[in-house]
Design a protein around this ligand. Structure first.
Ligand code: NDP
Length: 295
């Protein structure tokens, strides 16, 4: 069994992005820029936004963080996005989700210029991905496919079961696997006999949001398991915070799997690395340059 080290892979991607940023600066005389918009003070979102800003600077890019109060109205938020769309220093725009309940995330995402949509959530990018055109691809599934290609090289003909069909993980994950010539099955909450389906998989991608739902005996011997889930358990007595676990029962699954991602330290670190990669790619495309190589 091999443990898939997402931290190490993410560090490699980030180092390559930093080299790409230096080359981009030389060609264009400016750094790529990423703008992150946070509405409200959700503690988890604040942590994500801070670490995105830090990683952006570490890659040599410009970072613009916009923190808006929780009661910001839709027009104010849309006006900020328009301003960022028109700002030549900004190559990537990310609106941290979830938004407060009174704001419509679909409407907000639709306002982002698709060329700057580094989360890859705009319908134009989702459509491009599904028809096989150059798209900005959602960061988490892109990170997963990177890990899978590192592990397997060629994914042709492998049976991949993706558990979860969200627009941000499950669906783009399935599209990416298909574009790598895997045979793809998408499972969701109405799927019948999920354990039997998962037992057929050479590759399992779990993106459900339910702590340790995928059990060890669901895993075909030697299968590769990518665990996207991030779930915090209730704190044990005497603990301040509960443990972070994935959607796969790791200790049970590990002996069956050929390779598996841990939580934390698997898919998580790849998401930020791919955000930086997408920002660099967006900057190249906006300047009419070929996509950076090796990313
Ligand atoms: P969503 O809640 O949007 O989607 C969950 C999916 O799981 C849905 O398609 C749902 O099916 C399916 N599902 C729910 N219950 C079951 C079940 N019992 N059996 C089979 N399928 C089920 O979640 P996300 O896709 O946004 O996120 C999934 C997980 O990944 C979460 O834990 C999240 O925290 C994590 N995540 C991690 C990231 C990272 O950087 N590592 C980034 C993004 C997410 P249906 O459609 O039928 O309701």
């Amino acid at each position: 069994m091999s443990l898939i080290d997402g931290k190490a892979s993410a560090a490699q991607v980030r180092a390559r992005v930093a080299q790409g940023v230096a080359a981009f600066r030389e060609k264009t005389g400016r750094a790529p820029g990423l703008a992150v918009v946070l509405v409200g003070e959700d503690p988890a979102s604040s942590v994500y936004v801070r670490s995105k800003g830090k990683a952006t600077l570490e890659a040599g890019m410009e970072s613009f963080t916009h923190r808006l109060p929780a009661d910001t109205d839709e027009n104010t938020l849309l006006a900020l996005i328009d301003q960022l769309n028109g700002d030549p220093r900004v190559d990537g725009i990310l609106v941290q989700l979830p938004l407060p309940g009174h704001l419509d995330a679909d409407k907000v995402i639709a306002e982002i210029d698709p060329a700057k949509d580094v989360d890859g959530f705009h319908v134009i990018n989702a459509g491009r991905l599904s028809v096989g055109q150059d798209a900005l691809v959602p960061c988490t599934p892109y990170g997963c496919i990177h890990l899978l290609k590192q592990q397997h090289g060629d994914l042709s003909g492998l049976h991949a079961v993706v558990v979860g069909r969200s627009n941000i993980v499950g669906k783009p994950m399935a599209q990416l696997l298909l574009s790598e010539n895997a045979t793809v099955t998408i499972a969701h909450s109405r799927t019948k006999d999920l354990p039997a389906l998962v037992r057929q998989a050479d590759i399992v991608v779990a993106a459900v949001g339910r702590a340790e739902m995928v059990k060890g005996d669901w895993i075909k011997p030697g299968a590769t398991v990518i665990d996207v889930g991030i779930n915090r358990l209730d704190p044990a007595p005497g603990e301040d915070k509960g443990r972070l676990v994935g959607d796969v029962a790791f200790a049970e699954a590990e002996p069956h799997a050929g390779a598996i991602t841990p939580v934390p330290g698997g898919v998580g670190p790849m998401t930020i690395a791919m955000l930086l990669r997408n920002t660099l790619v967006a900057a190249h495309r906006r300047e009419g340059l070929a996509d950076p190589e090796g990313l």
